[in-house]
Design a binder for this molecule. Sequence first.
Ligand code: JFZ
Length: 430
Amino acid sequence: MRMKSLALLLALAGSVRAQSYRPAPENLAARQWFEDNRFGMFIHWGVYSVLGDGEWVMNNRQMTVAEYERLAPRFDPEQFDPAAWVALAKSAGMRYITFTTKHHDGFAMWRTSRNHWNIVDATPYRKDVVKMLAEECRRQGIKLFLYHSQLDWHNPDYFPLGQTGHASDRPPGGDFNKYLDFMNAQLRELLTGYGPIAGVWFDGMWDKPDADWHLEKTYSMIHALQPAALVGSNHHRAPYPGEDFQMFEKDLPGQHTQEFNGTSTIGSLPLETCDTINGAWGYNSKDTHFKSSRELIQYLVRAAGDNANFLLNIGPKPDGTIQPEFVERLHAMGAWLARNGDTIYGTRGGPVPPRNWGVTTRKAGKVYVHVLDWPDEVLALPRLEGIRGARLFPGGAKVETAQVPGATLVRLPAGARDPVDTIVELDMAE
Ligand code: JFZ
């Protein structure tokens, strides 16, 4: 009886603790920084890059662990230049990098002491890529988030298997709690040996959504080691206690063009949406279906209008270089942001909810109307009160507005039309 009530009490205490996550002041400041900066670079890079067929190649080609391990001796990215990668991100106007420290194949891109399945011990390259990148990010003043897969196709204790990784030919059996200890130990290495980490971007919980992941333990360890680190997870569900931002994959928040976003709803945390430049996350040599610079800029603007960050992916080649199609688009985005960044950075979603023609963003005393798909010379907005002035951004040519019952009309000057984004800056009474 006494034992029972003790167990009950402990369980209760556990759940109360989980419910009562209070982000530290540094964490709240980091959330604000995150929302103010809006644009990040996602990087998918690992031994899978060798085959040029995406990061799911082990699963898709039904490779066993033994077969897949043979890729590591071929991964020798001699041309990896972290300074050039970080400079590329900065030239695109990106303010942070989210790097795959471990993807579903379990391969660690840093010197881990937990196994030999890592870049230092298993490849001829032998250098700690996470360390090189972290140092360069610090040098160039860009924040580093760590992508980390909870799903692991390589570790024998990731058992029972979930929805994927069935051809890996591992011995059946294994202790899932032992796997979680391994994962937490690896995360501890990452959060103690690589300087300030802006956040951890978890992925793969969707593989076994109803297993007991002991999230509270992992999340509170991260927050104890680095209180400002933002925790987020790509589980496609409403945020769990201990998470600091909410992410969407290949969809603007709340949209459901992807099957796996079927039930996602928007919570109250900072938002981020991620997407690819072609269709692939990890390097895919055959995928030449590149989005245009215009599409990518418009996606960034739509995300900002939805009050969300945009995390745009590149999949570098196995030799460490980045294909010119990616570089070209990133440079175009950077050039656009150099002119128009004031209407994106430091803003929040604006007073007019996203429309087919475009979106609005806002900051102190300003509303920016982003016309992406120009409907007509006259744009009818739901009525906005307190407009003190209106002009084109940039340039400042005067824009006429008129208040009519139930609407604010904005007349876009003939000749002002910008095929990417025609921006009208409104001065607002505060
Ligand atoms: C995940 C990864 O699987 C993918 O490799 C990439 O890293 C991306 C950013 O995140 O993508 C998913 C996650 C879940 C599903 C599909 C793709 N799902 O639930 O079908």
